[in-house]
Ligand binder design. Structure first.
Ligand code: HEM
Length: 538
C-alpha cells in the first residue's frame, strides 16, 4: 500500500483500489457468513459459492429438478442460497403442516421482491402482507362463492364452445396442433369475460392490443432472462436500477396501455347496461356499495366455500379498496389464472394422448354422465365426473402448475432441533414433494388411480398441494377446476387426443417457476369416430 502511495497514483486510482479492497473484503466476509449460516442453524445443504450462492446448481439442473436432487441428497429439510439469500426448503409433511396451517400466524406472508413491483400494480394479493392481505383476501373471497361460480359456468361454456370451434378447424385440416396457443387463448378469454366482462377471441386474434400487452407482463425462465438473474443475484442493485428507470422488466407502453384501458369502469358500465355477472368486478362494486352503506356484516360465505376461517371476521370487510389495489388484483387474476390453467389443460391433453386407455375411460364417463343429464354440460354435471377429477389430480401431481410454495417467517421458530430465523424464506418444492417415491411409488408414471377415494385416504393431506394449503392457498382453485372440467368435458364429447411424431417423449419444464414445457407439446387432435350420436345433436 505504502509503495502504491509512493508512486504517486492519482486520487482516482486510490479510490478505485480502496473500492476494490472493500468490495473483495466484504464479498469474502459475506461468503464465509453464508458458509456458516445453515451449519449454525443445524440445517444440512450444499456449500454456497461467493456471490451466486447455489444458483449454479439451478443453472445446471433446472429449478424443479434441482429441488429433487437436493432433497434426495440432503433429506427432507435443507438450506441453500439463491444469490446471497438463504432459503429453507422442505418436503417434511409435519413441517409443511406447521408452516401452512398450524403456525400460519408466524408464516402469513411471502417474500416481496421489491425490484419486481411496479405502480400501480404493487398490491398483488400474493405479495401484500398481514392486515392489508387479510382485508383484500376477505373481499376477494366473495368472488368465488358457489352462486357466483354457477353463473360463471355459462360464460366459461361460451369460451369453451369457441375453443371447440377452433379445435374442429384444426381437426378438419391435418390435426397437428400446439396445445399451448389454444389453451392459453381459452383461459385468457375466460378471465376476460368472467372477471372483466369483455369478450375477446384470443385464439383468432392473437395480435389484439390488450392480449399483446397482457402477455408482456409474463417473465421468461429465470435461467434464461438476464434481468431475472440480476433480481435474484443482486436484489438491492436491481431495485436501485428499477427505481431510477434503468432496468425495465415490463414495457412501459404495456403498463400505460393497461392503466388507460380502465377495465374497471368499462366493466362497471357494462354490468349496469347488460346485467352481466362478473365475479371480480361485481365483488368490487358490491363491496364498495356495502362499505358506503356500512353493511359490513359477515359476507355470504358458507363453511364449505370458505377455507379462510380466520378471514370471516367482519372487521376485514370494512376496508374500501383503493384504485391501485383494485388494479393490482385485476392484473393478479390475469397473471395467476391464465398460464397456470392453460398449462394444466395442455398437460392433461398430453397425458391423455399418451395413455389411450385412460382417455377411453374418461370419454366413457363423460358420455355416461351427459346421457343421464340430457347432454347438458354445466357446473352440476361436471361434479359427477369422478374419473375426470382423478385425471386432473394426477396431472397436477406430475406437473404442479406453480412448482413451489413460499412463506416468510415473521419470528424465530424451532422445528425438531432446526432453527428457522425471523425473516427466513421457507419453500415447499412441489415438484420434489409430488415425486417422493414413498408417497407416490414410480412417481414418473401417469396413474390416475392414485387419486381414487380409497388411495387418497391413505395419504396425508399435505402430500398433494398443487393449490397450496391453509388460509393463503390458491384463491382461484374452485374457479380453475370448474373451468378445466367444463372445457375437458366439452372437448371429450367430440375429439380425442393422439400423439404424433412431433410429440415429446417426455416433458421437461423450464425454470420459470411454472410448469412450462421446455419444448412445444405438439399433439394430434381427431374427431372421435365413436362419437355418441345423441350427444352430437347438442
Ligand atoms: C390450475 C390452475 C391453478 C393452479 C395450479 C394454481 C396454483 C396456485 C398456488 C400453488 C398458489 C400458492 C398457494 C400457497 O402458497 O399456498 C396460488 C395462489 C394464488 N392463486 Fe392460483 N392457481 C391456479 C389458478 C388460479 C386462478 C384461475 C386464479 C384467479 C382467477 C388464481 C389466483 C390465485 C391468487 C390470487 C393467489 C394468491 C393467494 C394469496 O396470496 O392469498 N389461481 N395458486
Amino acid at each position: 500500500m505504502i509503495e502504491i502511495v509512493n508512486v504517486n497514483l492519482s486520487t482516482t486510482w486510490i479510490l478505485i483500489y480502496t473500492g476494490l479492497v472493500i468490495g473483495i473484503t466484504s464479498m469474502i466476509t459475506n461468503w464465509l457468513r453464508m458458509r456458516r449460516h445453515f451449519d449454525k442453524l443445524n440445517i444440512p445443504g450444499p456449500k454456497p459459492l461467493p456471490i451466486i450462492g447455489n444458483f449454479n446448481l439451478i443453472i445446471k439442473h433446472g429449478l424443479p429438478y434441482n429441488d429433487l436432487i437436493l432433497t434426495q441428497k440432503y433429506g427432507k429439510t435443507l438450506g441453500f442460497f439463491m444469490g446471497s439469500g438463504p432459503v429453507v426448503e422442505t418436503t417434511d409433511l409435519r413441517l409443511i403442516k406447521s408452516v401452512l396451517i398450524k403456525d400460519f400466524s408466524i408464516f402469513t406472508n411471502r417474500k416481496r421482491i421489491e425490484a419486481m413491483m411496479f405502480e400501480p400494480y404493487d398490491h398483488f394479493l400474493s405479495l401484500i402482507k398481514d392486515e392489508e392481505w387479510k382485508s383484500i383476501r376477505a373481499v376477494l373471497s366473495t368472488s368465488f362463492t358457489s352462486g357466483k361460480l354457477k353463473s360463471m359456468s355459462k360464460l366459461m361454456m361460451e369460451c369453451s364452445n369457441q375453443l371447440n370451434n377452433h379445435l374442429k378447424k384444426v381437426a378438419d385440416q391435418d390435426g397437428t396442433f400446439n396445445g399451448k396457443d389454444y389453451f392459453e387463448g381459452f383461459t385468457l378469454d375466460v378471465i376476460c369475460s368472467c372477471c372483466f366482462g369483455f369478450s375477446v377471441d384470443s385464439i383468432n386474434d392473437p395480435n389484439n392490443e390488450i392480449i399483446k400487452h397482457l402477455k408482456n407482463l409474463f417473465l421468461d425462465s429465470m435461467t434464461k432472462d438476464p434481468r431475472f438473474m440480476l433480481i435474484i443475484l443482486f436484489p438491492k442493485l436491481a431495485t436501485f436500477l428499477r427505481k431510477r428507470n434503468m432496468l425495465e422488466l415490463f414495457p412501459k407502453s404495456s403498463i400505460e396501455y393497461l392503466q388507460d384501458f380502465d377495465f374497471y369502469n368499462n366493466a362497471k358500465t357494462q354490468r349496469i347496461n347488460q346485467n352481466i355477472e362478473m365475479i371480480f368486478i361485481q365483488s368490487m362494486i358490491e363491496h364498495e356499495e356495502n362499505v358506503e352503506k356500512n353493511i359490513i356484516e359477515q359476507q355470504h360465505l358458507s363453511d364449505d366455500e370458505e377455507t379462510n376461517w380466520n378471514l370471516k371476521d367482519a372487521r376485514y370487510f370494512k376496508k374500501k379498496l383503493t384504485v391501485a389495489e383494485i388494479f393490482s388484483q385485476a392484473a393478479m387474476f390475469l397473471i395467476a389464472g391464465m398460464e397456470t390453467t392453460a398449462n394444466t389443460l395442455n398437460l392433461i391433453a398430453y397425458n391423455l394422448a399418451k395413455h389411450q386407455d385412460v382417455q377411453q375411460k374418461l370419454i366413457d364417463e363423460v358420455d355416461q354422465v351427459l346421457e343421464n343429464n340430457n347432454g347438458e354440460i354445466d357446473h352440476e354435471t361436471v361434479k359427477k365426473m369422478s374419473y375426470m377429477s382423478m385425471v386432473i389430480d394426477e396431472t397436477l401431481r406430475m406437473f404442479p402448475a406453480a412448482v413451489f410454495l413460499e412463506r416468510l417467517a415473521s419470528q424465530d421458530f424451532e422445528f425438531e432441533g432446526m432453527k428457522i430465523e425471523k425473516g427466513q424464506k421457507i419453500v415447499v418444492p412441489l415438484w420434489a414433494l409430488h415425486r417422493d417415491p414413498d408417497l407416490y411409488p414410480e412417481p414418473d408414471n401417469f396413474d390416475p388411480e392414485r387419486f381414487s377415494d380409497q388411495n387418497k385416504l391413505k395419504r396425508d393431506s399435505n402430500a398433494y398441494l398443487p393449490f397450496g394449503n391453509g388460509p393463503r392457498n390458491c384463491l382461484g382453485m374452485r374457479f380453475a377446476l370448474l373451468e378445466i372440467k367444463l372445457a375437458l368435458t366439452n372437448i371429450m364429447t367430440k375429439f380425442r387426443f393422439e400423439t404424433c411424431e412431433k410429440t415429446p417423449t417426455m416433458i421437461e419444464i423450464d425454470s420459470s417457476g411454472f410448469a412450462r414445457p421446455k419444448i412445444p407439446v405438439v399433439l394430434q387432435i381427431k374427431i372421435d369416430i365413436n362419437l355418441n350420436l345423441s350427444l352430437l345433436e347438442k
